[in-house]
Structure formats: C-alpha cells, structure tokens
Design a protein around this ligand. Structure first.
Ligand SMILES: [Zn+2]
Length: 102
C-alpha cells in the first residue's frame, strides 16, 4: 500500500549538493511525519515537511543558516527540528581482537 505523497519536491538529482530524508516524531516519539530537505548550493534549501503533530504537508524553500533548523508548520504553528543526518559514514576500522586473553 504505497501512498503517493501529496506534496513532492521537483528536483534535479544530478545537481543536488545535499539531501536528507528523515522521519519526524511527535511528542510521543512516534514517527508520524517526515522532512525531505534538498539543496543545490547549500544556501537555498527546498523542503517538504509532513508535520508530525497535525499531519499537514507543506513545501517551501528558504535560506537556512546554521543548524539546527527549525521549521514551523503553517497549520498548527509547531516547529520541527530538522537536524542533519550524518551523510558521511564514519568508518571505523575495527580490528578484530583475535588474541583475547580471558
Ligand atoms: Zn502542524
């Protein structure tokens, strides 16, 4: 049962510098919303938000400064914190301890 999102971003994925897609949680910690944020130049960001509090979906674009970003829902006026997902995997080379003395 794939639901078509009612609001989508029209993006040129070849030019995107940054994109994130994360779930937003309501007060109960349930993932009832989402945030899709993308940027071509790391200055102007386009986003689609589904408000986790009221379910309202909206899209907009604005210049977002330093993180964390707070984007408020135009319907219920509550803000969601859009923090950045680590897009660089921090690779830790873990050596397998093969000489473990117990
Ligand atoms: Zn809302």
């Amino acid at each position: 049962m794939a639901e078509e999102p009612s609001v989508t971003l029209d993006l040129d994925y070849d030019k995107i510098e940054y994109a994130t897609n994360r779930e937003l949680e309501n007060d109960e910690g349930e993932s009832t919303g989402f945030a899709k944020v993308a940027s071509y130049d790391m200055e102007m960001f386009m986003y689609v938000i589904k408000c986790p509090y009221c379910g309202h979906e909206f899209k907009d674009e604005e210049e977002l400064g330093s993180r964390p970003w707070w984007i408020s829902c135009p319907n219920c006026d509550r803000s969601s914190n859009i923090y950045r997902i680590k897009d660089k995997a921090e690779k830790e080379i873990k050596e397998t301890p093969d000489n473990v003395d117990v």
